[in-house]
Ligand binder design. Structure first.
Ligand code: IP8
Length: 260
């Protein structure tokens, strides 16, 4: 019997120190690799990771979120690709250490956008890798854009699109916060265990560091598309050991579930 498919996004704020240049949170990555190894006994996984202090810092330095406007930005495109590949290599290495048959795939080679919206999405390698028992690992990336020259593809958008195309059971967004906080009528801030996508206007957002793809606000907007497609979306703090596993298997813990 085929195992259920879960798409997991390892947020850049969880796997890197967002305010420190090119600094991976090695301990967190190691623990996540161990959890992922265990989880593969129960579910199939596609892993997507964010840019954190690798991709966002360089993209911001060269204003790449605005598209290609001057030739001086071209070297920045190469540097973003280099840094994202570097981060992905590091994560790949940790997964191999755990014996995970990881299969890295670079979105710059299988996604093209137009005005920052995904236009061409060649997901066949992801599907073929999964069928063979490999664990696709991909990430937010800089990609070619028909109108703007280049665009930044966020790992959130990529994970959502994969969840919809591959008909995943769940989409898990791992961050460095416990989930989505909302204000109560008395003004207190509480963790929403369940949040209707129709209630998103009440949400309080918190983010640290440079994020050219929009942080929590963007995540929730993107996640709504997956929820509308019938996919359960969970958001929680994967820097806390065990939370990733509990979200993937939908076991009780501190996290937010998005519902229609
Ligand atoms: O951290 C953006 O991915 P995200 C990746 O998932 C780059 O938004 C290249 C900045």
């Amino acid at each position: 019997m085929n195992k259920d498919l879960v798409i997991v996004k390892l947020g850049g704020s969880a796997i890197t120190y967002k305010n420190k240049a090119f600094a991976p949170r090695k301990g967190v990555i190691e623990t996540l690799a161990k959890e992922i190894k265990e989880l593969l006994g129960e579910v199939s996984l596609v892993i997507v990771h964010g840019g954190g202090s690798f991709g966002h810092r360089v993209a911001n330095q060269y204003s790449l979120d605005q598209g290609l406007r001057k030739s001086g930005q071209l070297i920045g495109v190469s540097k973003v690709r280099y840094r994202m590949t570097e981060l992905s290599q590091m994560i790949t290495g940790e997964m191999i250490k755990e014996g995970i048959p990881v299969f890295p795939l670079h979105p710059s080679s299988f996604v093209i956008s137009s005005s920052c919206k995904i236009r061409l999405f060649f997901d066949k390698p992801v599907k073929a890798a999964l069928e063979k028992g490999l664990v696709p690992l991909t990430f937010g990336d800089i990609i070619l854009d028909k109108k703007k020259g280049i665009s930044i593809l966020s790992g959130d958008d990529l994970a959502c699109r994969l969840a919809i195309n591959l008909k995943a059971l769940r989409l898990v967004y791992g961050t460095d916060v416990n989930g989505v906080y909302v204000n109560t009528p008395s003004g207190d801030k509480i963790l929403a265990k369940k949040l209707r996508v129709s209630e998103l206007s009440k949400v309080r957002f918190c983010s640290a560091g440079v994020d050219v793809t929009g942080g929590m606000r963007h995540k929730l907007k993107t996640a709504s598309d997956a929820v509308k497609a019938g996919i359960k979306v969970l958001i929680g703090n994967i820097t806390v050991p065990g939370v990733l596993s509990n979200m993937v298997l939908e076991k009780p813990d501190n996290y937010t579930v998005l519902i229609p």
